[in-house]
Design a protein around this ligand. Structure first.
Ligand SMILES: Cc1cc2nc3c(=O)[nH]c(=O)nc-3n(C[C@H](O)[C@H](O)[C@H](O)COP(=O)(O)OP(=O)(O)OC[C@H]3O[C@@H](n4cnc5c(N)ncnc54)[C@H](O)[C@@H]3O)c2cc1C
Length: 279
C-alpha cells in the first residue's frame, strides 16, 4: 500500500524528504500517476505538494520573474505577466496536452520529469532560467542548462524540492518564439520543438538563444548557430546557412514518433520559421 503524506508547510515537506526513504513528491500527477500504475512497487510513499504556498504564484519582483514550481500550465498560459514579458513560455504552455492536462500538470513536474520532449524546457533555457532547489540543509540555485543529465535524470538530490523558477525580466525589445511539431494538434508529445529568445534591431541580431527539444538525450542549445547569427543582418543567405548549421548541431534518434532524418530536417525548418517571425 502506498503511504500518502500531505505536509502543510515547506519545512515539514523538507523534513519528510530528509528521512531515510524519502516519499516521492506528487504535483499534478500527470506523469507520476502513469508511472505508479505501471510500477506500483517503485513508490512506497508519496508526498502531495498542493498545500505548500511557497510553491505557487507568478511574481515580477526586483528585476526577476519568479514562478512557483506548483504553477499549472493553464496558469502559465493565462498569466498577464508572462503573456507580456515571456510569451515564449506562455505559448509553449498553451500547446501542452489537453485542457485537462494543462489544468493539472505543473511547471515543476515538467522540469523534474527531465524529458527531452518536455515542452516548457526549451523556452526556459532560451529565457536563461535559474532553478531554486531546497532541502532541509538549505537552498541552492542552479542554471537550468546544468540541470539535466540524461532522459529522466537530473542533478536534483532525492532530498530536494524544486521550489521556484526564476529569470531576469526580459527587455521590452526582446522577442520570443516557440514552435512545436507533434504528430497531432492535441495530446501529442513533440517530434521536435524549438524556442528562440532574441534581440533583433533593424533586422540585425544583437543576441539570440536557441533551445531545441526531442533532438538529443536532453534539450540542447545551438551555440554554433547562435554565434553564426550574432551581430549579423538576417538576409535570406544567412538564414539558409543557419538552417544547415543547426541541422549539424542536433543528434536525433528514430523512435515511434519520427525518424532521425525527419527530425534533423524539421529542426532547420522550425528555425527558419522562428527567425522569420522574429522579423
Ligand atoms: C495525456 C498526456 C499528455 C501530455 N502532453 C504533454 C505535452 O504535450 N507536453 C509535455 O511537455 N508534457 C506532456 N505530458 C506530460 C506531463 O503532463 C507534464 O510533464 C507535466 O508538466 C508534469 O507535471 P505534473 O505536475 O503532473 O508532475 P507529476 O506527475 O506530479 O510529477 C512528475 C515528476 O516530477 C516530480 N516532481 C513534481 N514536482 C516536483 C517538485 N516541486 N520538486 C521535486 N520533484 C517534483 C515528481 O516526483 C515526479 O517524479 C502529457 C501527459 C499526459 C498524461
Amino acid at each position: 500500500m502506498t503511504q500518502i503524506f500531505t505536509p502543510k508547510y515547506l519545512e515539514e515537506a523538507l523534513e519528510l524528504l530528509a528521512k531515510k526513504n524519502p516519499p516521492q513528491p506528487l504535483a499534478g500527477g500527470t506523469d507520476l500517476l502513469v508511472m505508479l500504475k505501471d510500477e506500483p512497487e517503485r513508490f512506497s510513499s508519496l508526498m502531495l505538494l498542493e498545500n505548500l504556498k511557497e510553491l505557487s504564484g507568478i511574481h515580477k519582483e526586483n528585476g526577476r520573474i519568479r514562478i512557483g514550481s506548483f504553477t499549472t500550465h493553464a496558469d502559465i498560459e493565462q498569466s498577464p505577466v508572462l503573456n507580456e514579458y515571456a510569451p515564449v513560455l506562455s505559448s509553449a504552455a498553451s500547446e501542452i496536452g489537453s485542457v485537462q492536462i494543462r489544468n493539472r500538470g505543473t511547471i515543476g513536474g515538467n522540469i523534474i520529469n527531465a524529458s527531452p520532449a518536455g515542452d516548457l524546457i526549451p523556452p526556459l533555457i532560451a529565457l536563461g532560467t535559474t532553478l531554486e532547489l531546497q532541502s532541509a540543509k538549505g537552498k541552492r540555485e542552479i542554471p537550468i542548462r546544468e540541470f539535466f543529465l540524461a532522459p529522466g535524470a537530473s542533478v536534483r538530490e532525492p532530498q530536494e524540492l524544486l521550489v521556484a523558477i526564476h529569470f531576469a525580466v526580459p527587455d521590452a525589445r526582446e522577442r520570443g518564439v516557440f514552435l512545436k511539431l507533434g504528430p497531432r494538434k492535441a495530446q501529442a508529445i513533440s517530434k521536435v520543438m524549438l524556442a528562440v529568445q532574441a534581440l533583433v534591431h533593424h533586422g540585425a541580431v544583437e543576441w539570440i538563444r536557441i533551445a531545441i527539444g526531442a533532438v538529443a538525450p536532453t534539450v540542447i542549445r545551438a551555440p554554433q548557430t547562435e554565434t553564426l547569427l550574432q551581430g549579423k543582418k538576417l538576409t535570406p543567405e544567412l538564414i539558409e546557412e543557419a538552417k544547415e548549421t543547426v541541422r549539424r548541431e542536433v543528434s536525433p534518434i528514430t523512435d515511434i514518433r519520427s525518424t532521425a532524418e525527419y527530425r534533423q530536417h524539421v529542426t532547420g525548418v522550425l528555425l527558419e520559421r522562428a527567425i522569420k517571425s522574429l522579423l
